[in-house]
Design a binder for this molecule. Structure first.
Ligand SMILES: Nc1ncnc2c1ncn2[C@@H]1O[C@H](COP(=O)(O)OP(=O)(O)OP(=O)(O)O)[C@@H](O)[C@H]1O
Length: 802
């Protein structure tokens, strides 16, 4: 079972501000006065060198000294290592998924580059930081694996250049909904040692633009940002969580701050600012300006939380996770086959009924014990999965709340977020408590199992019919083990299914950008990333071609495809591909029995009565828009679907029939159709929502309908919905202000209806889980005046079913 982790907590941190005064240079010693006095390790005094003010100061009883207090103050004799001592704990957080930003701020010639880069004898904060990172990775004795990469850029005259690229062109800043501000096309190089970063740093520095100024012979004319990313993959039984810590080391030219520091100054980062000052009297104004700014910077607050990877986890990671789980499943299958073989060898001897009665009682008890264990494990598994999602949502909410707080946005939205956060927190706590209870119950159950086994062993060894009874008891026990193995397989199938969903979402995002596979791979290579497991589009009209490769279907990719009423029901092979996975051999002949697909879904064919149901009508032609049930599902609500998708009545009633046919505890081998893709495009609807905000009453609304597996207070489904919605927002460019589209999330099992209402002005006017009042949904052509319908029909091309 995956371990239950503490929720990713978020802290508000203030900028750590240090001031470092450099010594007078040789030149300055000849011509300048020293005007800085470091009082102690926290305060510094600046003397006004203007002697003409002495008289005024005297008569006005003013002091010519200005005193400032900071987190740390370093006198001219201090080394970079002294500064580093006080920030090393911030740097260490990067190895645990936290972001950190260190930047030097000061006027030209004040010692920024010296502080950040340093010299051979006095290495700077950059060098010391990445030494720490590699030391910590080396010393880490957890089973986690690490991947460190680095990028180095400069900003010169408002233009960004890649310092790790020989003749870098101009790069652009982009706001990425997932990763925040990113520099598109910036090279990211995987590194395995501090020396390698040092090497890259030197290469990059040699490309930096410098020139001689009055204050500094080699004055940096550009800002430089060295970014080190540490990806930590934590191993868990059912998958790995990825923590991604980022360290930005910034050497600013002159003194203006750029957008690149946005994260460091307001976002998710522990940030250290080292204000560098010169002690020379001719730098007085620069020095006081720097100190005033640094003094104000003390108030800046950041919101720090761990970056726990979900969607941004690399495709390759998911693929690898799935591969491992598949190996596990095939091992279990092998074991199952062996047990089944043993079961087929039936005992031939007979014993008197009376002799067997005690064995019957024990067998029955053992059976109940197994069933109880199965149910407990199943419930625990669901709880843990749900809480994983809850924690992710919690993190999203924390982010959103922090953003609202920073922007001081309206309290209504903030209130909604906060109350949602409380619900999630309560859910997490309740689920954790319930999980602990289940674990205790499982322990008790297992000790009872051991007791029962001992009793059977003892009884058979004392009986005259020893061999027969032994075989008989083994036969029954094997039956139980068989059931347990099937459960285990189903659980793993469920995990595979989840990972598959995540992987498919990732590919959908990539395809949804409108890029083809080649472009995606090229782009990834540019970023220094290797993309594995890319679904290969095949040529011509192959059903397996992802719809996104068609230029006229910009909107199609996220919604995947759905069999049109005219088309053949999904063949397992087509379905298999549309899940986002391909194997070349598999695609060669889609009519062959798909061995891999069968393996993928085999255990989904085993259903426990009372928990399973099929969305399939059974006539091979009529589909509900559902997918085959994952093992742990609750029955779909009949009728819900009918509102939105005509022609599913048969499917639903058939499904209910099947469901009611399978009561009582026993294992059923039920053939279900292979799953259909998770995204389905239905025809557009125009909605008059009774709970629409009054200002928008009477307008035409578009509604996006989403469905998900479990309600559970917004755990699993919410993340999937968020992913989907982010995707949607990103992809839909609204070429026409009145975009009417209905999307249905299909994730199998019972559904949670989720509404997104878009209107012409506000994009997302409203989104709500389960509206309290009914929403009247009409096909767009049936709504409003004939002219409005005509207008809509012209503007909105109904999404095609593929
Ligand atoms: N702590 C120090 N000890 C000795 N020399 C120093 C120290 N700090 C800075 N210097 C010297 O001061 C001069 C200016 O430093 P530096 O180049 O780091 O300034 P800067 O703030 O980066 O300037 P610019 O913004 O123009 O690039 C250099 O000659 C550097 O060697």
């Amino acid at each position: 079972m995956p371990s239950i982790r503490a929720p990713a907590s978020k802290q508000t941190a203030t900028l750590q501000v240090a001031v470092k005064c450099r010594p007078l240079t040789d030149n300055e010693q000849r011509r300048s006065r020293h005007i800085i006095q470091v009082i102690d390790d926290k305060s510094v005094v600046v003397l006004d060198p203007d002697l003409s003010k002495d008289y005024l100061d005297l008569i006005q009883n003013r002091t010519k000294e200005r005193s400032y207090t900071f987190d740390h103050v370093y006198a001219p004799g201090c080394s970079n290592a002294d500064v580093y001592k006080n920030i090393s704990s911030t740097i260490a957080g990067v190895v645990h998924g936290l972001n950190a930003t260190v930047f030097a701020y000061g006027s030209t010639g004040s010692g920024k580059t010296y502080t950040m880069v340093g010299t051979h004898s006095d290495p700077g904060l950059m060098v010391l930081s990445f030494r720490t990172i590699f030391d910590l990775i080396k010393k880490d004795d957890s089973p986690d694996t690490f991947e460190v990469s680095c990028s180095y850029l400069e900003v010169y005259n408002e233009v960004i250049y890649d310092l790790l690229e020989k003749s870098s062109g101009h790069l652009e800043l982009r706001e990425d909904p997932v990763h925040g501000i990113i520099v598109a096309g910036l090279k990211r190089i995987k590194v395995h040692s501090a020396d390698r970063i040092l090497e890259l740093l030197n290469i990059g520095n040699s490309r930096r633009k410098t020139e001689s100024t009055e204050a500094n012979a080699t004055s940096s004319r550009s800002h430089a940002v060295l970014e080190i990313t540490v990806k930590r993959k934590q191993k868990g039984q059912y998958g790995s969580q990825v923590l991604r810590g980022k360290l930005a080391l910034v050497d600013l030219a002159g003194s203006k701050l750029t957008r690149i520091l946005k994260d460091g100054l307001s976002g998710n980062s522990r940030t250290v600012m080292v204000a560098t000052i010169s002690p020379a009297d001719d730098q007085y104004h620069h020095t006081t300006n720097t100190l005033k700014y640094a003094d104000r910077a003390k108030e800046i607050k950041t919101h720090v939380h761990k970056n726990i990877g979900t969607l941004d986890t690399h495709v390759e990671d998911y693929q690898r996770m799935i591969d491992n789980l598949q190996v596990e499943v095939s091992q279990l299958k092998k074991e199952l086959a062996e047990k089944e073989h043993q079961l087929s060898v039936k005992p031939t001897e007979k014993a008197a009924d009376s002799e067997l009665s005690w064995l019957n009682v024990l067998s029955q008890e053992t059976g109940e014990n197994v069933q109880e264990r199965i149910n407990l494990q199943k419930a625990l598994f669901e709880l843990e999965e749900t809480n994983k999602r809850n924690r992710i949502e919690l993190q999203h909410l924390d982010d959103a709340i922090a953003r609202h707080q920073v922007k001081e946005m309206d309290s209504m939205a903030l209130q909604a977020l906060t109350s949602r956060r409380q619900i999630i927190l309560d859910n997490i706590r309740d689920n954790d408590e319930a999980g602990a209870g289940y674990r205790k119950d499982i322990e008790m159950n297992e000790s009872r199992r051991r007791q029962l086994q001992d009793m059977i062993e003892e009884a058979t060894s004392n009986n005259g019919n020893r061999t027969y009874l032994h075989i008989l008891s083994q036969y029954r026990l094997l039956g139980m083990t068989n059931a347990e193995l099937q459960i285990e397989m189903a659980m793993r199938d469920q995990v595979i299914h989840n990972q598959r969903e995540a992987l498919r979402s990732l590919w959908n995002i990539l395809y949804g950008t409108g890029l083809n596979q080649k472009q995606i791979l090229k782009l990834a290579a540019k970023q220094g990333l290797t993309v594995e497991g890319c679904p290969l589009p095949s040529s011509s009209s192959d059903v397996s071609t992802p719809p996104s490769f068609s230029p006229h279907r910009r909107l199609a990719p996220p919604f995947m495809s759905f069999p049109s009423p005219q088309s053949e029901p999904y063949s397992p092979s087509a379905c298999f591909f549309q899940q986002g996975f391909s194997t070349m051999s598999y695609l060669k002949n889609q009519h062959e029995t798909p061995t891999i697909c069968r393996q993928e879904h085999l255990s989904s064919y085993y259903m426990m009565s009372g928990t399973g149901c099929s969305p399939y009508s059974g006539d091979g032609k009529q589909w509900s828009s559902g997918r085959s049930m994952p093992f742990f599902c609750t029955p779909e609500k009949p009728g819900e679907m009918n509102n939105f998708h005509p022609g599913t009545e048969n499917a639903v009633s058939q499904q209910n029939k099947e469901h009611s046919d399978t009561q009582g505890f026993s294992m059923h081998r039920k053939k279900l159709p292979p799953p259909v893709p998770a995204w389905v495009v239905l025809e557009p609807f125009v909605v008059l929502s009774p709970d629409a905000p009054p200002t928008n009453a009477g307008k035409e609304w578009a509604i996006i309908r989403c469905a998900s597996r479990k309600a559970y207070g917004g755990g699993k489904h919410t993340q999937e919905l968020l992913d989907g919605l982010t995707l949607y927002q990103r992809l839909v460019t609204f070429p026409d202000p009145l975009m009417v589209l209905t999307v249905e999330f299909r994730l199998g099992g019972s559904r949670l209806v989720y509404y997104m209402v878009y209107d012409a002005d506000e994009r997302i006017a409203r989104h709500d889980p389960l509206p309290t009042t009914p929403v009247h949904v009409l096909p767009w052509y049936a709504q409003g005046s004939p002219s409005a319908a005509r207008r809509l029909r012209r503007r909105v091309r109904p999404p095609r079913q593929i």
